[in-house]
Design a protein around this ligand. Structure first.
Ligand code: NAP
Ligand code: MG
Length: 453
């Protein structure tokens, strides 16, 4: 069986990929398990060198990978270049890990006590379609660095870059059975990772609904699990902030990648006293947002990923929705949807509560700091968010009070590979990236050695 891959830019079929069934998946997992002993036994410096070579191979193919993602996912060429560079950087960063994956020596009576960080074995990584390249690398690079073998399932809509990156890693010397990309539906390939006893950990990014099902499935084998799920992040703008900068950057914070970003600041909380001024500044920034052929060098936003995703987004903006203003988008073919600002929105409205995963911003006025914090936290999610203020004390107070894993002050940066990334509440479980990422891909083993004569 095979599956057609369609470009969201012009709705044409660009590739056909294998749709693996359970037998093929089981075969791949068995090969990974057989390869594990030798991979785990490689000297740390040699494993580091292989990851560094993989980083170089990705670097050399950056332009090719970027253009592939423009076609397959409709990402703008500038974003796609950044994403391919991110894979290189994540590989290079974790190439530093095998030689620094320290255990401890703990003082005890009667001998010495040391800890080792042992690899888990075979790790299953399940990747969504919104950022196919970076999200794959945030899983496979630290997993390989810690001495695991990886089976990785890309989303059915966007498998092409993951397949190419795996081939580049193999050319760089990482054995084929150590890192395998398996294509096919989530309910078959992804679910088999959950039920197969040899897969010791799942690293899942995607919807909260599927994440919950995977968590329940993992319970059966007490399988290790990292979840990166949905978000409904707040961009909180206080009246004392640099309103020009806050308004100029707000569109990118929610419309980047057509809003298909778990960190999208899809709720804009604005202090009521600055509401009118802020909306005056926001309108030209939204109408100037360049939605066009994503292969254009100056495109800021491309189409949505699929017709289904466009229907979902449209469902959030019915005829009587409070549309304050919208940007422009090209006509079909392509799954286009214009940047849309809804205002004012009440905190209890559906558009203020549910993840839309499209270019729709809900603007919510607030009265004071306490009100802002209350509204920001009034959601089951807690992934990201931004705080705009020139009051340092307030910036710190609000950063500590917002229940969210990744916050930025007077900026919208969120995922930096040097720092931990993950969610509070129903946005996820565990942390990826940063200095401690390998803890999620290894077990601590304690060994006591008697010195008794
Ligand atoms: P999804 O269904 O959660 O898919 C994410 C990944 O999980 C895909 O690789 C998918 O495979 C796989 N999968 C699906 N069902 C599975 C199962 N039963 N067992 C194991 N793996 C399974 O997300 P989606 O359908 O692509 O998107 C739906 C909504 O999820 C979006 O509108 C958005 O709200 C949210 N979302 C969030 C993120 C995020 O980064 N937090 C990312 C993507 C989507 P296939 O695609 O191949 O079936
Ligand atoms: Mg799905």
């Amino acid at each position: 069986m095979s599956h057609d891959v369609v470009s969201p830019v012009d709705e044409t079929v660009i590739a056909s990929v294998d749709e693996m069934g359970e037998a093929k998946v089981d075969d791949a997992i068995a090969r990974a398990a057989r390869a594990h002993g030798a991979w785990a036994a490689i000297a740390p410096g040699d494993r580091a060198r292989l990851l560094a070579r993989a980083a170089e191979a990705v670097d050399a193919a950056r332009e090719e990978l970027a253009h592939l993602e423009v076609r397959n996912a409709g990402h703008t060429i500038s974003n796609a270049r950044f994403e391919a560079g991110n894979v290189r950087d994540v590989l290079a960063y974790f190439a530093g890990s095998p030689e620094r994956h320290f255990g401890r020596q703990i003082p005890v009576a009667g001998g010495i006590d040391v800890t080792f960080r042992e690899p888990l074995g075979v790790v299953g990584i399940i990747v969504p379609w919104n950022f196919p390249m970076p999200i794959a690398s945030w899983g496979f690079a630290p997993a390989l660095a810690a001495g695991n073998c990886v089976v990785l399932k890309p989303a059915e809509l966007t498998p092409l870059t993951a397949m190419r990156i795996a081939a580049l890693c193999h050319e760089a010397g990482i054995p084929e059975d150590v890192f395998q990309v398996l294509t096919g539906p989530g309910s078959t390939v992804g679910w088999r990772f959950v039920t197969h006893e040899t897969v010791r950990k799942i690293c899942f990014t995607g919807s909260t609904a599927v994440g919950k099902r995977i968590m329940a499935g993992c319970a059966d084998q007490v399988k290790r699990l990292t979840l990166e799920l949905g978000g409904k992040s707040a961009n909180i703008v206080f009246a004392d902030a640099d309103l020009e900068r806050a308004a100029a950057t707000a569109p990118t914070s929610v419309f980047d990648n057509a809003g298909q970003d778990c960190c999208a600041r899809s709720r804009l909380l604005i202090e009521r006293s600055a509401y009118d001024r802020f909306m005056e500044l926001l309108e030209p920034a939204v109408s100037a947002f360049r939605v066009k052929d994503p292969s254009s060098e100056d495109a800021q936003m491309g189409p949505l990923i699929s017709a289904e995703q466009r229907r979902t987004v449209e469902g959030f903006v019915p005829e009587d929705a409070p549309v304050a203003f919208r940007g422009r988008a090209p006509d079909p073919p392509g799954y286009w949807y214009p940047p849309t600002v809804l205002a004012p929105v009440q905190p209890g409205d559906r558009v203020a509560r549910e993840e839309i995963f499209g270019p729709v911003l809900a603007v919510i006025p607030f009265e004071d700091e306490a009100d802002a914090i209350r509204i920001a936290n009034d959601t089951p999610y807690g992934l990201s968010g931004s705080i705009w203020t020139n009051d340092l004390g307030r910036a710190i107070r609000v950063s500590r009070a917002v229940e969210s894993g990744t916050l930025s002050v007077n900026s919208h940066s969120s995922v930096r590979y040097w720092t931990p990334f993950g969610g509070f509440k129903q946005s996820g479980l565990g942390r990826e990236l940063g200095p401690d990422a390998l803890e999620g891909f290894s077990e601590v083993k304690n060994v006591f050695i008697s010195t008794a004569p």
